[in-house]
Design a protein around this ligand. Structure first.
Ligand code: C2E
Ligand code: MG
Ligand code: MG
Ligand code: MG
Length: 291
């Protein structure tokens, strides 16, 4: 029967594909219900600069009832495909702005910046700028403390529109970081056109920076590129004291990674900041700053 419908239709009856489709559909349904049932949460990972915690990156977490913890690596791409990322991304933005406003009322946190990941589909929404401004206004959060992390995938469509949106958001003081830099599609000519504030060295380059000379050169090159374009630079995925020192030696003084902390729930993040002065990972950097 299936064969009679032509070559392409045969695939439709592939039981393996059918199962995969069902899984995806149920995962999508679960995401919608999960959001209603408050199973999503933002975790925070400290961002360190010259030995001080200066901010955090907000990273989404999903505590699924049956499947347990589901990694954003698993559900964000699917949410991006189905369009659910628009709903989810809006929730993330509002939650992040609420957190910023709450920190503004506590002196130890009042200057913290908060970086929020924005997916290409979310950014390309016609009313994205308005959505960000609404989220900020809703909670009275300071736009100058909000940083949006974009990826190079964004550049695959409509660079003019991307630049225009960035310019509008920047006029309110919002900052921009280019996430996973070096792993995507951006050409140097795009980089020149985008009104960015920061490049983020992908953790795949940081991982072997001490043992792989190519990764070391790439890291050096990104730092030099950022400097010559007048951009800040931050390294992600810093796990060891040695990686941290290497980065400081090549003039990258901002970093985040397991060396300081993995992403943690807000209470744990606040605890970490309060005790940061005593944190082992910050001591060598503090010495450097004082020398
Ligand atoms: P990303 O934005 O590049 O985030 C960095 C990822 O590296 C995070 O994974 C973080 O937990 C992990 N990481 C941080 N330090 C270290 C380290 O020292 N070693 C190692 N091995 N890993 C480290 P996570 O939280 O699983 O997020 C994965 C990706 O999911 C993110 O990559 C981001 O692209 C996406 N994502 C997370 N939250 C959101 C969100 O709210 N919205 C959107 N659109 N995407 C999100
Ligand atoms: Mg990020
Ligand atoms: Mg990243
Ligand atoms: Mg990365």
């Amino acid at each position: 029967q299936a064969k009679g419908l032509g070559r392409n239709m045969v695939q439709f009856f592939d039981p393996q594909l059918q199962t995969a489709l069902q899984l995806r559909r149920s995962l999508e349904q679960d995401m919608r219900e999960g959001l209603e049932q408050q199973q999503f949460e933002l975790f925070y990972q400290p961002q360190v600069e010259s030995g001080q915690v200066v901010g955090a990156e907000a990273l989404l977490r999903w505590k699924h009832v049956q499947r347990g913890y589901v990694s954003p690596g698993e559900f964000v791409p699917l949410a991006e495909e189905t369009g659910f990322i628009l709903t989810l991304g809006d929730w993330v933005l509002r939650k992040a702005c609420q957190q910023l406003a709450s920190w503004a009322r506590q002196p130890a946190f009042a200057q913290m910046t908060l970086a929020v990941n924005v997916s290409p589909k979310q950014f390309h929404q016609r009313d994205f700028v308005q959505r960000v401004l609404t989220a900020l206004a809703e909670h009275g959060a300071d736009p100058r403390l909000l940083k949006l992390e974009l990826t190079e995938g964004l550049l695959l469509t409509d660079v003019d529109d991307t630049v225009a949106k960035m310019v509008r958001l920047k006029s309110h003081g919002i900052g921009f970081s280019l996430d996973d830099f070096g792993t995507g599609y951006s050409s140097l000519s795009y980089l020149k056109r985008l009104p960015l504030d920061q490049l983020k060295i992908d953790r795949s380059f940081v991982h072997d920076v001490l043992s792989n000379p190519n990764d070391a050169s790439i890291a050096r090159t990104i730092v030099a590129l950022a400097a010559s374009l007048g951009l800040h630079v931050i390294a992600e995925g810093v796990e060891t004291q040695e990686q941290c020192r290497f980065l400081a030696d090549i003039n990258c003084h901002a970093w985040q990674g397991y060396l300081m902390s993995p992403p943690v729930a807000v209470a744990a993040f606040e605890e970490l900041v309060r005790n940061a002065r005593a944190h082992e990972s910050l001591k060598p950097c503090m010495h450097t700053a004082a020398d």
